[in-house]
Every structure is written in C-alpha cells, then in structure tokens.
Design a binder for this molecule. Structure first.
Ligand code: ATP
Ligand code: MG
Length: 767
C-alpha cells in the first residue's frame, strides 16, 4: 500500500519517504521536493501502522502547516496528524505543563508593543532613563539571549561584570526584572514560548520521556531557520526514540537576524551520529533559465557547500531585469507586464506574485494595481493585528481571559477616555505592587487607595465592575463577546457618523476583527475558547490569510515567500540598500550580506516559469528621493536587461529639478525599448482616478490600499517634510482618502507621535 505514496517520487525522494526509523537529514535545494517528501513520508508512516497521534510535524508558518495537513488528509483520508509551527506547539505545551515555570494555563502572549511597555516600566523602576536606554535595543538584546537559551541567570554568569560591555551590564539587571514582570502578568513574550519549553524539557526528565513517547516521530521542515532553542526542543523530545527527520536548505537560511543558526545542521549530525543523510538534486519547480540565474547568484556566497541543482524542466524565457524611472512607472510597468502574462502566457491573476524587501515598497504597487483594476491580496496579517483599535480590543479580551495581564490593563483602562490619567494609574500600580494584587483587583478596591480623586475611584471601580460582567459573559462565541465589549465600552462611538476616511478605516478594522472572531468560532466548533482565539491572533503570520486560488495577484515580502511557488514572480527594487539592505552592509559585515543574497535567492527560486526583477533610477525612501545604485547582486545573476524608462520631456525636467543637478546615470538613458512603454501623460489627481471597489479584497482594504496615492493634488507627498505648529517637524508617512476627505499621517521627529490630519483643515506647512 505504501507504494501508492511513493511510486511517483524519484529514487532519493522515495528513499527519504520510506525511511521510518532513526534520524534523517534531508539537505536539498529549492524546489527539489523536500516539503513533498515530508507529507509523503507521513502518509507512508501511517500506512505502516504508525498511529497519527505519535506523529508531530513542525514547519515555519501557519499557512505551510495548514497546507501540509490538508495534503496528508488528501493522501490518507480521515486522518488528523498534528502539524504546527514551533510557537503554537510550545504554546499548547505550556498551557498544560507551564506551572513548573510559574505560568497559569491562561497566560497571555504579549506583542511587541506590550513588551515595550513592560521594559519601560522595568527601566524606570531600576532608575534607567528610557530616553538613554531605548526599550527597542534592550528588548533586542533580551530576545537574542532568549533565542540562545540564556535565561537571566545564565546571562549573568556568561556576562559577569568582568566581561561584557556597558549594554550587557544594563541587560544583566533589566532582563531578570523584565521576566519577573512577565510572570506577575501571567504572560510570555514570543521568545519565552520557546525558552520556557526548552527549559522545561531540559530540567524535567519525566516530561521529556512523556513527550518523547507521545511524539515518537518528529518531522521539521525548513530546518535551516531553526534557532538554538527550537533545536533543543526537538532534540530533547527525540532523545529516546531518535525518530527525528529534518529537511532544509542552508542556502535558504534567511532568519539569522532572528537567531536562526545554520550550525544546527552540524549539531544535528553530531548529536545524532547515526543520521542518514539524503540529498535531492532534481528541481521540479523552475525553468532552466531561472535556476541558472539563481545559481549564478548563490555561488558567490563563500560560506557554503556547493550543491548542484538540475532540472528536466524546459529552458524557459530568460530572467528579465526591468528598469524604470521611478516607483510609479515600476508599478505601472508591472501591471502592464501582468496583463501581458495573462493574455499571452495564459496565466491567471493568482499565478502571479510580487515580492519586496521592505513593506514600504508595497504602497505604490497597491495604489497602482487598484487603479489598473488588477485584483490583488497583500500578505500583511501581522500589520493588521498591529493596529491601535485591534490591539485595544484584543487587550479587553486578554484582560477578560487573564486578569493578571498588566499590559492589557494599562492599555485600555482609559480607552475610551474615563478620566483615569497617568497620575491615577501610577498610584494604582504602586498600590497594587505594595499589596501584591493584580491591577484589576486594585481597581475593584480603588476606594482603599489614598490620594486618588473621587472621580478616579469611581472610574476604576466602574471599570473593574464592567470587566467582571464581561468575564461572566465570556464562555461561548468569541464574536458575540467581542461585539458585546464593543457595545458596552462604546469603543467605536467616536468614529460613528464621522465622514472621514480614517474613521471609516477604524470601523472597518473593528468589523474585520469581529469577522475573524466569527470565523474562529465556526472553525473551532465545540472547542471554541477565548484563549484559543487570542492565541491565534498572537501567533499570526503574514501569509495566514493568503489564498492560493483567490483569483488575485499576491504581494508579500521576500521573507514571507519562503516555501511558496508561483508561475510568475516579480522581485521589485533590486537596488543597493534595499537588497542587500543597508543595515546588512554596515561595518562591511560579510555574513549579513550573504544572508541578503540568500534572501534574493529564495525570492528568485519561487518562480516556476517567468521571473522578473525590477529596479528604478530614482526611489523615495525615508522621505527622500534619491538616485539608486544597482544592487551588486545584479552583476552576479544572469538576466536580460529591459529598459522601460523614458526620460524625455516633462519627466526629465521634473526630475532634474528634484535632483538639483545630480547627473543621470548613463546606463539608463539608453534608447527606450519599444517593449513596455508605460508612461501615462502625468499622474492625474487621485480624486479623478477610477477605483475598483469591487476588486478590493479584504486584505487590500486592511492595508488601506484603496486610500493611498503617491502624489497629491493638495500638495503633500509621501515622505514630504512638514511642520505642525504644536508638534513640530515631521514626515508624511501615509496618505488616505479622496477630495475633501484627503488625510495625511505624519510621523513627528521629536516624539513617537504619529497623527492623522484631514488635509483641508490641518495647519500643516511644507518645509
Ligand atoms: P523549497 O526549498 O522552496 O521549500 P521544496 O524542496 O520543499 O522547495 P517542494 O515544494 O516540495 O520543494 O516541491 C517543489 C515543486 O515540485 C512542487 O510543486 C512539487 O509538487 C513538485 N515536485 C516535487 N517532487 C516531484 C516529483 N517527484 N514529481 C513531480 N513533481 C514534483
Ligand atoms: Mg519546501
């Protein structure tokens, strides 16, 4: 019977899929069938009578996990193997066994905003000035320590006062206090999910055995991106039965910046010396032209072993580098090229993907695709959950579920405004600390707190009472609870009946969250729980909502594209400073530049038939329009250059004014091809542009896609410097709305403040 699962595999693929017992390492390049082998191997194990409950498969994103589970189900109908991400797996484990590390089963998973709040609090308790010690930097160091499995105690041993720099001295004090704050909140941050689990397993032989017996067969896909903590977790569970299979490609390791260690491959071979290693060399995904180009790029990495990648696929069209004047022309050129792919190559919208190095590059694309009536979806799941209104409402739900959650309490106690200002909150926090009670308990007993105004006492008590009533209503449908919370708190009241794009967007986001809760209710069925929903939202990844067959072009970052494949791929902005990203080039850090090269390699090898790279001559980033420099990677990979720019007439004149004498790069002044010639007369005012609301997708709506435009009739442009009489100097970071409802969002330089203004009424001056 097992033959049915493996007979259409190549001999090495089959050897991997039919290997059941003992450690297995599958090392192979992109598109060689690693993920396919994992699902076939699971099916084959099931066919050999291994119970589905003994198998655990781990992969990198929720989307990949969902697809693998579906694949296994279609191979062996009626089965349900647990396929998860590391973070979800750990969350589930900690709900059951977390008591040993001081967690109750209803712990919260904090987001970065909450983490920062905690760090600020700890910094100020320890008398460090948060202005000098940026919470971001401190958190970054703590996160790195956690990924390397350094608990506060181990960190203190490793960097005792005789070694280590000033920052380490700070972290030595802040880290333990931050962990204490988390535990008092009955909360974990993202990295804790791994750290606590790894520690539990390391310190608890019985648990190690229990789990080792339960998950006798463990598979890890995308192994090249595991960090030390993740490795320790699977290695500990597989210690006894030793059935650990990992698949990966060192050339696709792109999360070094988040602690991933390619050395985990060496460590695996060392810890499991009886490992069988299988290499797959045939690529089933891409044309020869695409593979050759990607290979020509990746051979420039010095820290790698050569791998040959062969394919029986067709030679295919050459990889094309499309060169444009600026990002607007780039977006229009891509739109035109996509239409051509549909008309001439018989592709569908959903066959096309556009990747970028940084999210900010998607804005122009979204506006243009919308205007060109090209349906699209944006992989921006994380950004959605980062919105203020979403985080506020989730904080309500978190506080209902976990009354000890301090970050959630402080986030919403005065939202909507209840007259509970910072001074009152500080007094409450101090009192709760002295009494050893949660902030919510302190609020319920606010009359005992001296120095609180009468109004504050009433406000806190009313708030505690309301939360109490919410808790009573919290079993059953999450969507109903959420709607109830929105109603009772009058959270959206300030936006109701206001004719302003920003208000519409806030309301639409709240609706979208209720929808997400409703969907969760439906999928969870009888297992519905507030905790389950909160966990899902806390562990969201960008690609969660992306549908393969949605009839839409897909936009995502290069990082999110890992593991996926599309018939046609555009990688945009292949320019120096974007890819390789400028951060990677500081201090001539070769290792980081190599990671950038791998990132481009990952992007390119997603393409099956057609691959386009783009660059522009000038680009606006961080509020400045600058001539670009070609990415050094372009001299390495193999491509055909297609000049899509024309610098004649008005455009040239306009740009030479902008650039004030910066000479044009000769290369891009070549005679324009008669191929994509995509200059519209000029950019018409946004209010006159046709929009295609029918084609706006949920995801597009969430990112505010329909509301943004590159250059504006009212004089403000993305990145423009402006001055506000009260807030000072700032940069335009977002533009929304149309006509009289046009809004701009400005990030002010002297504060963390971001404010949105209706342009026609705002006292903003260009500077
Ligand atoms: P990546 O490193 O990018 O994650 P991968 O090694 O996991 O790639 P898969 O995604 O498993 O590769 O496979 C790439 C494509 O090749 C898929 O469309 C898969 O269905 C197809 N494929 C793999 N093996 C075979 C095979 N033996 N016969 C036909 N198609 C195959
Ligand atoms: Mg794969």
């Amino acid at each position: 019977m097992s033959a049915t699962f493996t007979d259409d595999l190549t001999p090495p693929q089959r050897a991997a899929a039919e290997h059941i017992h003992g450690p297995l390492l599958i090392l192979a390049g992109p598109g060689s069938g690693k993920t396919r082998v994992v699902t076939r191997r699971i099916a084959n194990m099931l066919a050999h009578g291994i119970s589905q409950r003994q198998i655990l498969a781990i992969t990198f994103t929720n989307k990949a996990a969902g697809e693998m589970a579906e694949r296994v189900q279609s191979l062996v109908p009626g089965t349900k193997v647990w396929i998860s991400t590391f973070h979800r797996f750990c969350a589930r484990l900690l709900r059951q066994y977390g008591e040993a590390v001081g967690l109750q089963s209803n712990f919260s998973i904090l987001d970065t905003g909450d983490q920062k709040q905690g760090i600020r609090r700890v910094l100020s308790d320890l008398d460090f000035d948060p202005l000098h010690y940026s919470p971001d930097k401190v958190l970054w160091r703590i996160s790195t320590a956690k990924n390397d499995l350094l608990t506060p105690e181990r960190y203190q041993e490793r960097f005792d006062s005789s070694v280590g720099d000033h920052w380490q001295a700070v972290v030595r004090r802040v880290y333990p206090a931050y962990q204490k704050w988390l535990l008092e909140s009955n909360a974990v941050d993202f990295d804790d999910l791994l750290l606590h689990t790894a520690n539990l397993l390391a310190e608890n032989p019985e648990l190690r055995e229990t789990l080792g017996d339960r998950y006798r067969y463990i598979l890890v896909d995308e192994y090249q991106d595991t960090n030390i903590a993740q490795y320790q977790i699977v290695a500990a569970m597989a210690q006894r039965h030793r059935n650990l299979c990992v698949t990966g490609d060192p050339d696709q390791s792109i999360y070094g910046w988040r602690g991933a260690r390619i050395e985990n491959i060496l460590r695996f071979e060392r810890d499991f010396p009886e490992t069988k290693t299988i290499r797959l060399e045939q690529n089933f995904r891409s044309t020869q032209a695409i593979l050759e180009s990607a290979d020509a790029l990746i051979v420039n990495n010095t820290q790698r072993k050569h791998k040959s990648l062969l394919t029986d696929n067709t030679a295919g069209e050459p990889v094309q580098l499309l060169r444009f004047e600026d990002s607007q022309h780039e977006a229009e050129g891509i739109s035109k090229q996509i239409r051509q792919l549909l008309a001439e190559d018989g592709l569908n919208w959903s066959d096309v993907a556009i990747f970028y190095r940084v999210n900010s590059l998607s804005r122009q694309l979204e506006t243009t695709l919308m205007r060109q009536r090209i349906p699209f979806q944006v992989a921006a799941g994380v950004a959605f959950y980062d919105r203020v209104e979403i985080r506020d409402l989730l904080a309500y739900l978190r506080l209902i579920d976990n009354p000890a959650d301090q970050a959630a309490f402080l986030r919403i106690v005065n939202k909507p405004l209840r007259g509970l200002g910072k001074t009152s909150q500080d007094r409450l926090v101090a009192w709760a600390g002295q009494q050893g009670v949660t902030l919510l308990e302190a609020a319920a007993r606010a009359d005992k707190i001296s120095k609180l105004s009468k109004k504050a006492v009433l406000g806190f008590k009313a708030f505690a009472g309301m939360l109490e009533r919410f808790s009573l209503a919290s079993s059953g449908s999450v969507a109903d609870l959420l709607t109830h919370v929105v109603d009772k708190t009058r959270y959206t009241a300030a936006w109701q009946g206001i004719e302003n794009e920003q208000a519409y967007e806030h309301l639409a986001n709240v609706d979208e969250l209720v929808n997400a809760a409703r969907q969760y209710d439906e999928i969870a069925g009888s297992e519905v729980s507030l905790q389950g929903f909160l966990e899902q939202t806390a562990l969201v990844s960008d690609t969660d909502k992306i549908q393969d067959d949605a009839g839409r072009v897909t936009l995502m970052t290069l990082h999110a594209a890992k593991g996926l494949e599309f018939p046609a791929v555009f990688v945009i902005g292949v320019e120096d400073g974007l890819i390789p990203h400028e951060r990677s080039k500081r201090d001539g850090n070769r290792k980081e530049v190599e990671e950038e090269r791998r990132l481009l390699f990952v992007g390119m090898t997603r393409a099956k038939q057609r691959l386009f790279l783009t660059e522009t001559r000038v680009r606006s980033l961080h509020g400045k329009t600058m001539p670009t420099i070609a990415s050094p990677f372009l001299t390495e990979l193999i491509c055909e250059k297609v000049d899509c720019g024309t610098f004649g007439g008005d455009t040239l004149a306009a740009w030479s004014r902008v650039m004030q004498g910066v000479p044009f790069d000769e290369d891009s002044q070549e005679e324009p091809d008669d191929e994509p010639q995509i200059i519209e007369s000029s950019s018409p005012p946004a209010s006159a542009q046709p929009v295609a609301p029918a084609l706006t997708t949920g995801a597009a709506l969430l990112t505010g896609a329909g509301a943004t435009a590159p250059r504006l009739p009212l004089g403000f442009a993305m990145g423009q410097q402006v001055r506000h009489p009260r807030y000072g100097r700032g940069t335009v970071i977002e533009i929304g709305g149309f006509g009289p409802r046009r809004t701009v969002t400005v990030a002010f330089a002297d504060s963390d403040r971001k404010e949105t203004f209706v342009v026609s009424k705002a006292p903003l001056q260009p500077v």
